[in-house]
Design a protein around this ligand. Sequence first.
Ligand code: DQA
Length: 141
Amino acid sequence: MKKMLIINGPNLNMLGQREPEVYGKETLDDLRKFTESMISGQAKLEWFQSNVEGELVNRIQKAVSEDFTALIINPGGYAHTSVAIHDALKILKIPVIEVHLSQVYKREEFRHTLLTAKAATAIMSGFGKQTYYIAINSQLQ
Ligand code: DQA
């Protein structure tokens, strides 16, 4: 059984209330339920969210000695700035898929630099609520 860690960074706990025209009206918990139902038991998913950069780094470091088969991460705004998250991702030996609900290249220029993505195996951006499902599905084989 595949086991994946899904990490969500800052402000993703505010989905539903946050810029619904960009991110949709569903909450992070709605997104989790949708994704779990699409996966229909084909993988065990563990979800983690923090607004704190160091807590995200700590969770990634903890995963180094756990038995996840892949890491899915939406670093939120830290995707554009965080050397620390980038460096932590580099330590992992499992596939890392960076996900973004929005199509970041269609948005402000400061979102076009994906610093953490340089440490990712693949990126997925712009599929809205389906984004996480597509990323996880790619790691089921
Ligand atoms: C985001 C895109 C980021 O630019 C933004 O800061 C977020 C969400 C996305 O999922 O589209 O917090 O990662």
